[in-house]
Design a binder for this molecule. Structure first.
Ligand SMILES: [Zn+2]
Length: 463
C-alpha cells in the first residue's frame, strides 16, 4: 500500500497496526546518506526496514507486503550518537549559561544541586534529556549518570531511558560530593542482571569514571581496580574529565597497566601531551570530544582536540555534556567543531605557504554517527544505514524553507538542518517521532513534572 509520506497520520496508524517484529517499511525515492564507507550516498533510493533491522538500501526495491512511505524530497540519515551527556541535569537546563570554568560548574551542580536529588528527580531529568535527544535526531545517547547516590537513583535513570525508547547507554558512577550509599561500583552487578541481561535489547551498561583524583578524590578515579570491575562484567568504560597534565600522566600509567583499548572512551581529552596521544592511538582507545563544553566552559586549552586525535589515527565521537550551560543537540556540536577546527587550521597556516589541513562536513557527520557508535561500543548495531544494522534512522525534510533546494545532502544535514527539519525518527525500527512530533509524550504533564522537580531541587538546601 502506498500512503504518501512521513507527514501522514494514516501511515503511522498503519505502521502501528502491524506487529513490530514482522512489520516491513519501505521508504522510497529518498537521498540516502548511509555513512557506510562502502555505500556512500545513494540518490533516488529506497530503504527497507524489516522488523528492527535495515535489510536493504538501493534503487527500486521490491517489498510487496511492506508499508510504503514516499520519502521523495527527504534525506534518510543514520540517527546521531551522543557519546556523553549528564542527563539527570536536564531540569537545570541553561541555569548557568555564562559559567566561566569547570570549578564554577562543579561547585554549583555536583557539590550543590546534585546532593538533594531524589530518584524521581533522576528519572525526570533523564527522561527529559532523552526525549529532547530523540526530537533532535539523537537515537543513541550515552547517559554519563554520575549522581548515583543510592541504587534507586540508578534504577530511576535506567527506567527513564527505557521508557522513552531511545537506544540508551547507561554509564553509571557514584556522586562526587555529599552523602551517598557507597553502593557503586558493587551495585553494577545487580544492575547488569536486572536491566541489561539480554544481548538483544536497546539498553547497554558501561562503567563511568573520572580520569584522576583531582575533582572528587580517589574513589571515582580510573585505574586497575575499576578496570577489573568492568572486565568481570564484560562492559565498556567511559572516562570523563580527561584533560591536562595530571590526565596525561594517568593515560601513560593506564597504557603501562594495559587498561586502555577499544572498550575505553576518554572524554574531552583537551590539553593532553603528545606522549599521551600516542599511547591512546597505539592502544586503539576511543575518544569522545565535547566541542562546546571545551570551548565555551574553557576546559584546559579550550580547543576540541580533533587534530590531535586524527594525528594518531583516532576518529572521535561527539558529545553534548551538560545542558546547564550548553545546547542540547548534535547539530550544534557538528557546526561548532567544523568551524573551530577550520579556524584553527587556517590560523596556523596564515602568513606561511602551507596549505591548511581542514576537516570536512563529511568528517563531522562521521564523528556524529559511526564514530560515536564505535565509542559507545555499538559499531555493529548502529551509526550507519548498513543492511544488517538496527533501523535507527532520520527522515530529514530537504525541501523545507531553510533547506531548499537540495544541492549537497551532507552539507544540508551538517550546516542547514535542525530539529524542525526532522520529520521522523525510527529507533530499532520503531517510530519515535512522526510528522515532526515526538510520539507518546503528554507535554503538559511532562512540563508539570519538570517544573515540580526543578522547584524541589532549587529550594532544598545542599547537604
Ligand atoms: Zn562530562
Amino acid at each position: 500500500m502506498n500512503l504518501n509520506d512521513t507527514t501522514s497520520a494514516a501511515v503511522l496508524e498503519e505502521l502501528r497496526r502491524r506487529p513490530a517484529d514482522r512489520r516491513r517499511i519501505l521508504f522510497t525515492g529518498a537521498t540516502v546518506v548511509t555513512m557506510d564507507p562502502g555505500l556512500g550516498v545513494v540518490d533516488g533510493a529506497d530503504l527497507l526496514v524489516s522488523g528492527d533491522t535495515i535489510t536493504a538500501v538501493g534503487r527500486r526495491l521490491d517489498a510487496a507486503d511492506a508499508v510504503v512511505v514516499d520519502a521523495t524530497g527527504t534525506i534518510l540519515a543514520p540517527g546521531f550518537v551522543d557519546t556523553h551527556r549528564h542527563a539527570w541535569e536536564a531540569q537545570l537546563r541553561r541555569i548557568m549559561p555564562n559559567v566561566d570554568d569547570l570549578g564554577g560548574y562543579v561547585m554549583a551542580t555536583l557539590a550543590g544541586y546534585a546532593t538533594v536529588y531524589r530518584p524521581q528527580d533522576m528519572y525526570i531529568g533523564t527522561r527529559l534529556a532523552a526525549l529532547t535527544a530523540i526530537d533532535s535526531g539523537i537515537t543513541t545517547m550515552l547517559d554519563f549518570s554520575h549522581n548515583s547516590r543510592t541504587h534507586q537513583h540508578s534504577d530511576a535513570a535506567v527506567e527513564a531511558l527505557r521508557d522513552t525508547g531511545i537506544r540508551g547507554v547507561h554509564a553509571s558512577m557514584g556522586p562526587h560530593f555529599g552523602d551517598w550509599d557507597r553502593q557503586w561500583p558493587g551495585d553494577l552487578t545487580r544492575l547488569k542482571e536486572q536491566y541489561f541481561s539480554s544481548d538483544h535489547q536497546l539498553l547497554t551498561l558501561r562503567l563511568a569514571t573520572l580520569a584522576t583524583a583531582e575533582i572528587a578524590g580517589p574513589a571515582l578515579a580510573y585505574g586497575p581496580e575499576l578496570a577489573r570491575v568492568a572486565q568481570e562484567l564484560g562492559i565498556g568504560v567511559s572516562v570523563d574529565a580527561v584533560f591536562g597534565t595530571a590526565s596525561s600522566d594517568a593515560v601513560l600509567r593506564w597504557a603501562k597497566d594495559g587498561i586502555l583499548g577499544p572498550d575505553v572512551t576518554l572524554i574531552h581529552s583537551t590539553g593532553l601531551t603528545p606522549e599521551a596521544w600516542r599511547a591512546m592511538g597505539e592502544s586503539g582507545t576511543t575518544v569522545a570530544l565535547a566541542p562546546t563544553s571545551d570551548a565555551q566552559i574553557g576546559l584546559e586549552t579550550a580547543i576540541p582536540a580533533v587534530d590531535e586525535a586524527l594525528s594518531v589515527g583516532i576518529r572521535p565521537g561527539l558529545s553534548i555534556d551538560v545542558e546547564v550551560a550548553l545546547a542540547s543537540d548534535m547539530f550544534t556540536q557538528m557546526r561548532a567543531l567544523h568551524a573551530i577546527q577550520r579556524m584553527r587550521a587556517v590560523n596556523a597556516a596564515y602568513g606561511t605557504d602551507r596549505q591548511p589541513s581542514r576537516i570536512t562536513t563529511h568528517d563531522v557527520l562521521d564523528f556524529a554517527t559511526l564514530q560515536g557508535a564505535r565509542a559507545n561500543g555499538l559499531a555493529d548495531v548502529t551509526g550507519s544505514l548498513t543492511p544488517g544494522k538496527k533501523a535507527d534512522l532520520l527522515v530529514i525534510r530537504a525541501e523545507d524553507l531553510n533547506n531548499m533546494p537540495l544541492n549537497d545532502p551532507i552539507g544540508t544535514i551538517v550546516l542547514g538542518s535542525d530539529a524542525r527539519n526532522i520529520s521522523a525518527v525510527l529507533i530499532n525500527g520503531e517510530p519515535r517521532k512522526w510528522a515532526g512530533q515526538v510520539l507518546d509524550v503528554d507535554l503538559a504533564a511532562l512540563r508539570d513534572e519538570v517544573h515540580a522537580s526543578r522547584e524541589y531541587v532549587l529550594n532544598t538546601p545542599a547537604v
